[in-house]
Design a protein around this ligand. Structure first.
Ligand code: FUB
Length: 325
């Protein structure tokens, strides 16, 4: 049976998207993007996603009201940011909360930055510069059982991931297509101070059932954006959006840095172009936090975050969700 607020907009006073949900000290915190309402046209570069700040949402439990805790970080406070504060995540390390977020620098290049607070709701104080060696969008951070801190990130098209294939930024870089290997998300390890990567960022491999890398033409399964990592029975589950085909999919691996084998679909398309999620265990059950455009009646850059129950079998298989059934 569905809970009263399940699959409904959790907050109606602002537009929110890309929810990264966590339980910190027994309470649910959601770190979403804050969509900015406007009438400008959409494009494939994502210019319609004009986000200027972050608000943290919280819930005492899954049945209680979702609270907007107000401004947590603004683009005006971050020296290296010019615009577009996209999908963030938050991680607790040694008692401090680190908001990890992508934004464009003053050259229009997406980078990943970090801001710190003593409170899960902020306000967050940004580090002066972005993480050196970082690029692209959608960071998701896993603190593993051995306390190592891993960052998964990257997104195609407006997320600029293709533009870094040579090792430096090339606006005109070729986009993998057809039988060429698809690009996987990026992986790097953070230091404990959360102000540097301590490993060289690398692409993760997502393989098909025959151990072959997914191809660019396989748009139903290949990685596009929005990575998330959860662990279940000691295995690593990389989930992500397929972008152009609008699915949430997942792949399984034995190590945090893969390789991962494609396993299936978590969710069928939602209303809107983008789909972006997080997976979190709350009081022994698993939940998917996601967004759609119900609140705005389908405007792609005016989204709302929701959650629903996720069924995970003992072997880690995830039941596909049909969001409007
Ligand atoms: O919210 C802006 C972008 O849209 C995110 O970075 C992507 O994952 C997509 O949801």
């Amino acid at each position: 049976m569905k809970r009263a607020n399940e699959r409904k907009p959790l907050i109606r006073t602002i537009y929110t998207a890309d929810p990264s949900a966590h339980v910190f000290d027994g309470k649910i915190y959601i770190y979403p993007s804050h969509d900015f309402a406007h009438d400008c046209p959409d494009d494939d570069n994502g210019d319609q996603y004009i986000m200027k700040d972050y608000h943290v949402l919280s819930m005492e439990d899954l049945d209680s009201e979702c609270v907007d805790n107000g401004l947590a970080l603004s683009e005006d406070d971050v020296p290296w940011v010019s615009r577009q504060m996209w999908a963030p995540d938050c991680v607790k390390v040694d008692g401090k909360f680190y908001l990890v977020f992508p934004a464009k620098d003053h050259d229009g290049i997406f980078r990943i930055g970090v801001a710190v607070s003593d409170s899960p709701t902020g306000p967050f104080v940004p580090q002066k510069d972005y993480i050196q060696g970082s690029y692209s969008i959608d960071p998701a951070v896993l603190v593993d059982d051995d306390e190592r801190i891993y960052c998964y990130y990257g997104g195609l098209w407006g997320g600029q991931l293709e533009m870094w294939q040579s090792g430096s930024f090339d606006e005109n870089a070729h986009r993998p297509e057809g039988d060429e290997d698809a690009l996987g998300p990026m992986f790097a390890e953070f230091n404990r101070e959360m102000n540097a990567f301590i490993t060289e960022p690398k692409h993760l491999e997502i393989l098909d059932e025959n151990g072959q890398k997914l191809k660019a033409k396989d748009e139903d399964r290949r990685y596009f954006e929005g990575p998330w990592m959860h662990k279940y029975n000691g295995k690593y589950y990389l989930s992500y959006s397929t972008g152009t085909t609008h699915y949430l999919c997942y792949a399984e691996g034995d190590r945090p840095d893969g390789p991962f084998t494609y396993k299936g679909r978590i969710m069928e398309p939602v209303l809107g172009w983008t789909t972006h999620h997080s997976i979190v265990e709350i009081a022994g059950e698993w939940y998917l936090f996601y967004h759609d455009c119900e609140l705005s009646g389908g405007i792609t850059h005016e989204r709302c975050v929701k959650y629903t129950t996720l069924q995970i079998a003992k072997d880690g298989t995830i039941e596909t969700i049909h969001p409007y059934e």
